[in-house]
Design a protein around this ligand. Sequence first.
Ligand code: GLA
Length: 397
Amino acid sequence: MRKILLLATLGLTATAFAQKFEGLALTPPMGWNSWNTFAANIDEQLIKGTADTMIANGMRDAGYVYIVVDDCWEAMERDANGNIVADPKKFPSGMKALGDYLHSKGFKFGIHNCAGTLTCGGYPGGRGHEFQDALKYAVWGVDFLKYDWCSHGTADARETYKTMRDAIHAAGRPMVFSLCEWGQNKPWEWAQDVGHLWRTTGDIMAGYDSRQRWESGWKLILDLQYSLVTNEGPNGIGQYAGPGHWNDPDMLEVGNKGLTLPESRAHFSLWCIIAAPLIAGNDVRSMSQEVHDILTNKDVIAIDQDSLGKQGWRFRAETGREIWVRELSGGAWAVCVLNTGATAADLTTDWSAMSILKGEYTVRDVWAKKDLGTTRTARTDHVESHDVVLFRLTPVK
Ligand code: GLA
């Protein structure tokens, strides 16, 4: 009996110590990641140059602070002691120096690796090396770890990601832990105390496939969110998100080849409605002014970063139009009307038909930066194909 009690006590102690670092992602993390544009073509010049640009163009100050080096930064082999090492050609100064550089410029340092034996790019993965790797990342000054799911064999996702969570905790350096297991094992049901964000779906594409269909890009990922949990509306997948633990529909394709400007604007708006992490994935060194203005729009970002931390949902889907809503702090709402049709359309928004609204609200067109009266009157907006109108509704006192 005493033995059982002792074990129970030890068990409780172990649980108390095995935990994620809290308070790191009270709003969805924001930053930049190398994968969507550069894939394996990365090196320290690219990362540093991106950081420098993000200071000069205001992105850092708009909130994009995590700079995440995705797959293919590693040497093909671990060293003789089993340590993970950076490719000396791509990162001749080493990862500690890169982390120091980013920190000195006011950024946080993110890195990618994998819960399996190999990363998706074929580099050494973390399986069996979790505690050793977490210590190394801590020494390098890593603040954000994206952990992938390639080559996982028969591993159990929950146990594997918990092991890495415990390894990060044991290493003693707070890191945002980003689970990238593509939603295969319903991480929304178990990852709240494992990581700070979890991918819900497979990889996003820039809105183009061999047939150049926008539906194969971010819109497909958005639609897929609805096949994950049976209930639509506020009881869908969004119920699992909140401060410190977010659904991750994948990184942004804003500004990438294959999206029109309206599509980039719509993609960004809807990622803000669903409280997605805002991880830019374009070449910020060569983007147009228009793309820059989408990524740094403070009022749109404020919707994503709203302190209430409630994920929005699709309120209505009908031919040619979808209406998405998100409850914000202070009784406010964000309402996003998306033209899904192939041509421009005049879309009427009848506030009185929206059951979620209680009383009267002032209406602001967030992208146009215009106040538009109140919800007493329905309105009609001319919306380009695949574009949105994004409203912020504030209760009239
Ligand atoms: C997986 C992830 C991507 C990216 C690549 C890198 O596909 O889902 O986001 O990290 O691996 O190989």
